[in-house]
Ligand binder design. Structure first.
Ligand code: ATP
Ligand code: MG
Length: 506
């Protein structure tokens, strides 16, 4: 017969014994930690882990924020973060709030060291967000300790298969969808003030990308516009095709043309069409090739990497030119160097050591394949100055010329700026445009109403006036050139002007 009164006594005795055993063990462990040599401690730790693993029926999976020695933000971590942002906001008690897409909604996610439970097909799991201090690797040992964030997933070992085979896939899939839904597109730039590797977690700084340009608002020939749109859309849907042909999923565009013809505007329109982020790479702020590679690795998928005015960014021009191929460009360069010398700047004083081969590697080297789904866009005003190696197909797959405004282009601008599709003044504008070069930027400026009283007619006549002036100026220039060709006094006057300015400033 059972003695019911005995049970509580036995239980309490048992707890008491267990408590004191635990306390003794912890005391012993504290002594071991303090006095034992490192190897012996490792030995104890190893066997303690094995022992707890034997009795403790739970499995834990960690999702670290960075993979590959802090090289890249882990996609799994980002997916888990997004998944938990929706699923934890109902149950977590401490939440973080961030702005969501279009700055119109707040996105909540669990705060550090917060714990939430989730259920999947009747299986209960626990998620904890945590932080660990990471000791810097030997190469980075002069940098202070950094914190690494991670999520830990805990579940009973009998559900190992369900969790690893179905639940994790479900988390990543949903997380990615949520990320796309909440994503605010970003405009990144590499800030020149930081040294690599910096205390910051990433080499890019960003703001929300909010440029309103679209292909609809761009002034260019309709067929050319359609061709570019189709090219971009085909690229974005060709994941399997690129895999089949064994090519990294990326495409290079070279946009060239005079200033104010819409190169930068087109990049914004591309980003808006494809819903991509933009990485505006300031090449002159990059110290060396390794830094360039690091920047590349940190870019994410679905993005456009932009290098504007590539001819000005680096001395990439003429490196492979033969000496015999001297052109008038070389003459201009010589003049520029002379001016720089007189202004007290040393020749080639640029602090950037990025080389042409470093840049070529950036575009299509082995590292360029990481990330996938990316456009690389170069812009230049002087396409003929670029090294052919840089712009050959495969690197810059599509060359797009943006040129002076055509009548078709003007009609798009007139519709955008004035809501006018037909007007009797169009005929005169068409005639003038056929013989005068005017950039879309200049047309746009003239069509812009300058006061509330400015109507379509006022703006159109201002454009006609601008066109007539440009026409006169062009004719005058031609006449002057005929008269003063190869005038050596021009060079002298430029240099003496610089001399005067340098004297003044000193
Ligand atoms: N093709 C175009 N369609 C519509 N607007 C244009 C176009 N080209 C220029 N613009 C207008 O002119 C302004 C300047 O254009 P943008 O900055 O794109 O020129 P760019 O070719 O990048 O010049 P740069 O070579 O000097 O960088 C833009 O703000 C835009 O409003
Ligand atoms: Mg530009």
């Amino acid at each position: 017969m059972k003695k019911p009164t005995m049970l509580p006594a036995t239980m309490s005795e048992m707890w008491a014994t267990m408590g004191s055993t635990l306390a003794s063990f912890m005391f012993l462990w504290a002594i071991i930690r303090q006095y034992c040599p490192y190897e012996l401690r490792r030995f104890f730790e190893k066997y303690t882990h094995q022992l707890t693993g034997y009795f403790y029926p739970y499995i834990r999976i960690s999702f670290h924020e960075f993979t590959g020695d802090r090289l890249k933000c882990s996609e799994a971590y980002a997916a888990v973060e997004a998944y938990l942002s929706t699923n934890s906001s109902k149950s977590a008690k401490r939440l973080k709030a961030e702005m969501g897409k279009d700055s119109s909604n707040l996105v909540l996610s669990m705060d550090e060291y917060e714990r939430v439970t989730d259920e999947f097909h009747g299986v209960k799991v626990w998620w904890v967000s945590s932080k660990v201090a990471s000791t810097p690797t030997r190469s980075m040992s002069y940098y202070p300790e950094q914190e690494k964030r991670l999520y830990k997933l805990t579940f009973h070992r009998k559900y190992r298969q369900t969790i690893t085979e179905s639940y994790l896939e479900h988390v990543v899939r949903e997380g990615k969808e949520i990320r796309v839904r909440n994503r605010q597109r970003k405009l990144y730039t590499n800030s020149p003030g930081y040294k690599w590797p910096s205390y910051k977690q990433t080499m890019w700084s960003h703001i929300v990308f909010e440029h309103p340009a679209t292909f609809e608002t761009m002034a260019m020939e309709p067929e050319k516009k359609q061709e570019i749109i189709e090219d971009l859309l085909t690229f974005s849907k060709s994941k399997d095709f690129y895999k089949k042909i064994g090519k990294a999923w990326k495409r290079g565009y070279l946009l060239y043309g005079p200033p104010g013809t819409g190169k930068s505007t087109m990049i914004a329109a591309m980003a808006n069409l494809l819903n991509y982020d933009v990485y505006d790479l300031e090449l002159t702020a990059v110290k060396e090739n390794t830094e360039l590679r690091k920047l590349l690795i940190e870019t994410t998928s679905k993005s456009i990497i932009v290098i504007e005015d590539i001819d000005c960014s680096l001395d990439l021009t003429g490196q492979r030119k033969k000496k015999a191929e001297k052109s008038s460009d070389d003459e201009i360069e010589r003049l520029n160097k002379e001016i720089a010398k007189r202004e007290g700047k040393e020749e080639g004083a640029s602090s950037s050591k990025v080389t042409l081969s470093g840049l070529l590697n950036f575009i299509d080297g082995l590292w360029s394949a990481c990330g996938g789904e990316r456009l690389v866009v170069f812009t230049t005003n002087y396409v003929e100055k670029l090294d052919p190696a840089l712009i050959r197909r495969g690197r810059m797959d599509k060359h797009i010329e943006l040129s002076y405004c055509s009548f078709e282009g003007f009609k798009v601008l007139a519709k955008n700026y004035l809501d006018v599709e037909m007007h009797p003044m169009f005929e005169a504008i068409k005639r003038l445009m056929e013989k005068t070069k005017i950039t879309p930027a200049d047309v746009a400026e003239n069509l812009m109403p300058k006061s509330p009283r400015d109507d379509a007619e006022k703006c159109l006549s201002s454009l006609i006036q601008a066109l007539e002036e440009a026409n006169e100026e062009a004719e005058k220039k031609i006449n002057d050139e005929d008269l003063g060709e190869n005038d050596p006094t021009i060079e002298d006057s430029v240099l003496s002007q610089v001399d005067k300015e340098t004297e003044k400033s000193s």
